[in-house]
Design a protein around this ligand. Structure first.
Ligand SMILES: Cc1ncc(COP(=O)(O)O)c(C=O)c1O
Length: 606
């Protein structure tokens, strides 16, 4: 019988390249045999819930690496850190200011603590459906209008790499007596190199949570929670960490965190120098695409304060294919596994563990697809079934199949040899890059809207030739060209007006992040969760108050939460999504046909 382990082993021996989590990319490995080091709290090995020996020392090393005053290991992911942080910074029934594009774990924390939420709606890029940065001025206004908020909770960077002005938001929160908790799950690498935006740890946030498994060479579920400054009740936070984390934290996971921290302390600079050069070079290359568009964070519709250049978002906004078809082509034809397909873009995660060959393969694939799109070749079905480098049988067999892999295997061999710690020669790369250059120029599509942004990208791309100043210059450019700048509101406000009008009509709007929000909140999360509910057909639920969540995973940002009124507009978008093959999650009914709604009598009582 083929169990999970056999399936995983077989998959790992194949040539699928991971542009997804975890950040070790199955390439940087700290140890081989997990069973050999899997123990419990025996003598000499400390206890995570009462750390005073080797684990305390390890946590201190992590704090030093990130510049935090106090850091704790998380073995239940950032999820546990978010639950503990929100619980520690609020009192039952209290008030929290929270961005509506937060991860579901923040909603769960709100429910568990019976909190009342003041919702902050970040502006949304109506072209690609990407949430923008949280606006400090909006935070300030909401805090003025809603006294008694004990904590502000934000996601920065978002799943899409969009970073908010944490320094300004922290100042606003502190002026109003609130603390700032930043879900920096996707930004654990920020503190490693100046080519990334500054970490929230150094921008005045009080608690910062990093999923080191997402973008760093560390095992899945590993994360860190950092405490900075005097505003946090640390005893209370530690108590909640004890509640939300397993009483048997895995020594394998903890050893993985420590190895990652030690590797970064000893060799981080060198590894990240190389990584930043590779990203910049890949971004420079991808900026040559004519139909597909590399998102740079400087697009004027994207309200982005700073952008994480390690996140590669390829937009299909000007193409005849959508995000799902691009994702499929990358997977079926090039064995490139992306992190996520959205309606109008594909997300690829890069990390310090990515190889040059991996980047080359990605660039080559995307430039080839782009050239095909320019040539008017967008018949997805025909392409995925009838052409490409991968033999027919193999394409059908998918990741679990047993097709031969000759062409790709050669590439992987190379990768293994020249991983970040390897010594591979450059000649192979150069050949690939030559190819890129040629195919990149093959297209004839016009890109006028993007060319300006891409110029910037091209400049920063070409900076990746080894000097530090190159990175810094690129960042300067980004900073200057960011549409938000430092404090003017007019752009936002205008856009928001537009959004209000076009919210439902925005044909390119991606329900994954912007389902015509804001939704009407009829009951708060706790009231809704504790109400009597009954099941009805989802398609007949317009006007009812939801008793359940609906989200797409990834990214796990709820489109609908318990207590919100269900609108026909939302139902239409969900249906549209299902037609495209996206799966709705969060509902008890996995088929997505029915939903629990709150009994009307319960609503009236409130
Ligand atoms: C923005 C954000 N925050 C928090 C989490 C939870 O992180 P973890 O998987 O480490 O529990 C995720 C997971 O994808 C996320 O995307």
């Amino acid at each position: 019988m083929q169990g999970l382990y056999e399936l995983l082993s077989e998959y790992s021996s194949r040539d699928y390249y991971p542009f997804h989590m975890p950040g070790h990319k199955r390439n940087i490995r700290c140890f081989q045999d997990a069973f050999a080091i899997d123990i419990t709290e025996i003598d000499g090995f400390d206890n995570l819930h009462h750390a005073e020996g080797i684990l305390l020392e390890a946590e201190k090393r992590a704090a030093r690496l990130y510049g935090a005053e106090e850091t704790h290991y998380l073995v239940n992911g950032s999820t546990a850190g978010i639950l503990a942080a929100i619980s520690a910074c609020s009192r039952r029934g209290g008030r929290i200011l929270m961005a509506r594009n937060c991860h579901k774990s923040a909603y769960h924390a709100v429910f568990l603590n019976g909190l009342h939420v003041v919702w902050l709606y970040p502006d949304t890029d109506m072209v690609r459906g990407i949430y923008g940065s949280a606006d400090p001025a909006k935070v300030r206004t909401l805090l003025e209008q809603n006294p008694g908020v004990s904590a502000v909770f934000l996601t920065s960077p978002t799943y899409d790499g969009v970073v908010s002005d944490i320094r300004e938001i922290a100042a606003a929160a502190h002026e109003h007596g609130a603390v700032l908790i930043v879900d920096e799950a996707h930004g654990a690498h920020f503190a490693m190199h100046s080519c990334f935006p500054e970490s929230a740890v150094s921008c005045g946030a009080d608690i910062v949570i990093n999923s080191i498994h997402k973008t760093m060479p560390s095992l899945t579920q590993t994360a860190l929670i950092h405490i900075c400054g005097p505003r946090i009740d640390r005893v209370r936070l530690r108590k909640y960490l004890g509640i939300y984390q397993s009483s048997s934290p895995s020594y394998v996971l903890m050893a993985g965190i420590d190895c990652c921290v030690n590797m970064m302390t000893e060799r981080g600079e060198e590894l990240f120098e190389q990584f930043c050069r590779r990203i910049d070079s890949a971004r420079g290359c991808l900026s040559k695409m004519k139909k597909l568009h590399l998102v740079t964070g400087t697009e004027k519709e994207l309200f982005c304060y700073r952008y994480d250049r390690s996140r590669i978002l390829i937009s299909t906004e000007n193409c005849e294919i959508g995000g799902r078809e691009l994702y499929r082509r990358l997977l079926d034809r090039y064995h490139i596994q992306a992190e996520m397909a959205a309606e109008h873009y594909v997300t690829l995660l890069t990390s310090v563990a990515d190889t040059q060959e991996g980047f080359d393969r990605l660039c080559r694939a995307l430039l080839e697809i782009d050239a095909e799109l320019c040539a008017g070749d967008f018949a997805g079905e025909e392409l995925t079934q009838g052409s490409g480098a991968i033999p027919e049988g193999e394409r059908e067999s998918g990741p679990t199949g047993t097709g031969t892999q000759s062409g790709h295997e050669t590439a992987q061999e190379g990768e293994r040899e020249s991983g970040p710690t390897g010594t591979g020669t450059q000649s192979g790369h150069e050949t690939a890059q030559e190819g890129e250059r040629e195919s990149g120029s093959a297209g004839t599509g016009t890109r006028s809207g993007h060319e300006t942004a891409q110029e910037g990208e091209r400049e920063s791309g070409s900076a990746g030739t080894g000097t530090r100043s190159g990175h810094e210059t690129a960042q300067e450019g980004e900073r200057e060209s960011g549409p938000i700048g430092t404090g003017t509101r007019s752009g936002h406000e205008t856009a928001q007006e537009g959004e209000k009008e076009s919210g439902s009509a925005g044909e390119m709007q991606d329900v994954r992040s912007a389902p015509g929000l804001p939704n009407e909140e009829v009951l708060n999360l706790e009231e809704a969760e504790n109400s009597e509910k009954y099941r009805i057909l989802l398609r007949e639920s317009a006007g009812r108050v939801s008793g359940e969540y609906i989200y797409l995973y990834p990214p796990g940002i709820p489109l609908l939460i318990p207590g919100e009124r269900i609108t026909q507009k939302l139902l239409d978008r969900l249906e549209d999504f299902r037609r495209q093959g996206f799966e709705l999650q969060g509902l008890d009914d996995y088929s997505g046909e029915t939903i629990f709604v709150v009994c009307e009598a319960e609503q009236k009582q409130r």
